[in-house]
Write a protein that binds this ligand. Structure first.
Ligand code: PGA
Length: 244
């Protein structure tokens, strides 16, 4: 169960979140919990999560270790904060910041090289779905991105299916639509990494996940977890998603 805070919460707001969130999820050992604050709140989050099972992740990562890359944050800088995970290729990065399948692969490889667990995002836009291209888009994103990993690297990632039309719009994909897309992705995994890879890979659903729809989504055997934006900002709401 992963929370993506996007561009919300200062370090002080992060500490306040954890104070409320930790007691609500202290007994939650049925799943892994990852919270992804902005870079500037990573250290505060990692510190506030100490002694709990909650893990902290970044929302992006540079493909290089260091160098003349103004505005980028590298793997060693992320791990130095205490974070262990990173979201790669979120649709907002693809849409507004020029992220491509190729850069998603490079960033994922960098995350793995520096010991972080990547959550790699894929998903189609509204017009792609309306034109019947959902499968083609997912296949392309998989083949040009994730398929470039070695088997060992692949074993360390999770995939998030996030249909762009469902993100921040209040329009959740129905559990059936989401499961269908997950099947497409898993079939690609099977083709490239074999049955063991397909059985082991965790595919999260993301896009307007809320406390009210989590149970129905999680009831689909194809859906292994959720990546939550808006509803992860409030400790009570994210805790009720975690404890669905
Ligand atoms: P949302 O965002 O839950 O606010 O739709 C999900 C995401 O973008 O990760």
């Amino acid at each position: 169960m992963a929370g993506n805070w996007k561009m919300y919460k200062t370090p002080a707001e992060t500490v306040a979140f954890f104070e409320k969130f930790r007691p609500l999820t202290g007994q939650s050992d049925h799943c892994e919990i990852v919270i992804c604050p902005p870079f500037t709140s990573l250290a505060a989050a990692a510190d506030a999560a100490k002694g709990s099972a909650i893990r902290v992740g970044a929302q992006n990562i540079a493909w290089a270790k260091e160098g003349a890359f103004t505005g980028e944050i590298s793997g060693p800088m992320i791990t130095a904060t205490g974070a262990t995970h990173v979201i790669v290729g979120h649709s907002e990065r693809r849409q507004y910041f020029g992220e491509t399948d190729e850069t998603v692969l490079k960033r994922t490889q960098a995350a793995l090289e520096f010991g972080l667990s990547p959550i790699v995002c894929v998903g189609e836009r509204l017009e792609e779905r309306e034109n019947g291209n959902t499968e083609a888009v997912l296949v392309r994103q998989f083949r040009k991105g994730i398929a470039g990993l070695t088997e060992t690297q692949f074993a360390r990632i999770a995939i998030a299916y996030e249909p762009v039309w469902a993100i921040g719009t209040g329009k959740t994909a129905t559990p059936e639509i989401a499961a269908d897309a997950h099947r497409t992705i898993r079939a690609q995994v099977r083709e490239k990494f074999g049955k063991d890879g397909a059985d082991a890979i965790r595919i999260l659903y993301g896009g307007s996940v809320k406390p009210e729809n989590t149970r129905a989504l999680m009831a689909q055997p194809e859906i292994d977890g959720v990546l939550v934006g808006g509803a992860s900002l409030d400790p009570v709401s994210f805790a009720s998603i975690v404890n669905f």
